[in-house]
Design a protein around this ligand. Structure first.
Ligand code: PLP
Length: 422
């Protein structure tokens, strides 16, 4: 009989990469079972999508109730109150003490595309600045903004123009905030007149790029530069949002607010929904009909998102993220005593990562990170790597993970790191 992997290889483009060969059968909170009945602890959460766990009962209930009423009308044709109410909630909950408006779309990349469209319409300018190591999606603009070539930009031809990259400040890799800001100013002198720049976009904590938090001084300096030159600041919170960093949004760790914010992933706890929220006058710049999409703000995703926001608040998931993250980081610090490959343990709340170097060369070791990942998978723990050099393991378990399952996962993690050293 042909294996499922063979069928997958024959039927699906290899361009859709897969990090495991586990075919999901069912999932509950932080656990997934495959077709053979093997059980896995999920430290990937569908790449930061189920912060509230798989099949949270309140989200399932909200979705079922919505399915029983209507599943799609297209908000641009026959609107519904739940869309309006979710926009009101996000306008209130997102950082920034000013009037805001929101639109709903379907994916993170689409949110980024729309944020750029809105920024260009509002400023009448073209250029966009992003950062090395940043990730903003796989559509053309998302890809152009992304600061990592392999695999995201290989073979896809000319990127949209007027996109520039500056280095992201990572002390561990020898780039200070001052150097990063100096490089941005050099960009203004050498490549693009700041008067032509519509927006600067960044992730408050780089996700795919390696879980590097933007230092507070950096965010402040960016805000100042934006204000000085009439540039909009876009925070891409697609991966950092919804309690992951110990706050509802990672920008709440900063004392400055963005003009526009993109959200997706955990917004709807497993249903495809994304949003752009920003200053009301900026959000209103595009003409009617310029924004939207057939499925944008699908009622099922909207119903799920209302339940997600309720669960985050009622179950105090921001506090829980802090507790889980500090337990994880403490355990990693203890493992580090015996594993000199670990060169850094970091991340706010429960958006944590561990970075590995080769002990002999002291260079980034993707090989070591991958060994840890594969050994953990064999032991029943799903981990994800990230980083421009692929030498980082990022932890994205549901914030609702049960204490005993979490303790079990930490034991597997330790055993896997030690086994990778052998
Ligand atoms: C920060 C960030 N922006 C945008 C995206 C793209 O989101 P999507 O995959 O939903 O298009 C991602 C996805 O990982 C992301 O992490």
């Amino acid at each position: 009989m042909t294996s499922l992997t063979d069928r997958k290889n024959a039927a699906i483009s290899r361009g859709v990469g897969m990090t495991t060969q586990i075919y999901a059968d069912r999932a509950e909170n932080s656990e997934i079972w495959d077709k053979e009945g093997n059980r896995y602890i999920d430290f990937a959460a569908g790449i930061a999508v189920v912060n509230t766990g798989h099949r949270h009962p309140r989200i399932v209930e909200a979705v079922k109730a919505q399915i029983d009423r209507f599943t799609h009308t297209c908000h641009q044709v026959v609107p519904y109150e739940s869309y309006v109410h979710l926009a009101e909630r996000l306008n209130t909950l997102t950082p920034g003490n000013f009037a805001k408006k929101t639109i709903f779309v379907t994916t993170g990349a689409e949110a980024v595309e729309n944020a750029v469209k809105i920024a260009r319409a509002a400023t009448g300018r073209q250029a966009i600045i992003a950062f090395g190591g940043g990730f903003h999606g796989r559509t053309f603009m998302g890809m152009a903004l992304t600061g990592k070539v392999v695999p995201y930009k290989v073979g896809f031809g000319a990127m949209p123009g007027d996109v520039f990259h500056a280095p992201f400040p990572i002390e561990l890799h020898g780039v200070s905030v001052e150097q990063s800001i100096a490089a941005l100013k050099k960009l203004f002198a050498a490549d693009v007149d700041p008067g032509r720049v519509a927006a600067i976009i960044l992730e408050p904590v780089q996700g795919e790029g390696g879980f590097y938090p933007a230092p507070a001084a950096f965010m402040r300096a960016l805000r100042e530069i934006c204000d000085q030159h009439g540039i909009l600041l876009i925070a891409d919170e697609v991966q950092t949002g919804f309690a992951r960093t110990g706050k509802l949004f990672a920008m709440e760790h900063h004392d400055v607010a963005p003009d526009l914010m993109t959200m997706a992933k955990s917004l709807a706890g497993g249903f495809p929904l994304a949003a752009v929220t920003g200053r009301a006058e900026i959000m209103d710049a595009p003409a009617p009909g310029g924004l939207g999409g057939t499925y944008g703000g699908n009622p099922i995703g909207i119903a799920a998102a209302h339940a997600v926001l309720d669960v985050i608040e009622d179950e105090k998931l921001c506090e829980r993220a802090e507790q889980l993250g500090s337990r994880l980081k403490q355990r990693l610090a203890a493992i580090r005593e015996q594993a000199p490959e670990i060169v850094d343990i970091r991340g706010p709340g429960f958006m944590n990562a561990v970075e590995f170097n080769d002990v002999k060369t002291n260079l980034p070791s993707a090989d070591f990170a991958n060994r840890v990942r594969l050994i953990a998978l064999e032991k029943g723990l799903i981990l994800l790597t990230c980083g421009v050099h692929g030498n980082v393991i990022r932890f994205l378990a549901p914030i609702t993970i049960q204490d005993d399952v979490f303790a079990e996962a930490l034991d597997i993690l330790e055993a896997s790191i030690m086994a990778a050293r052998a």
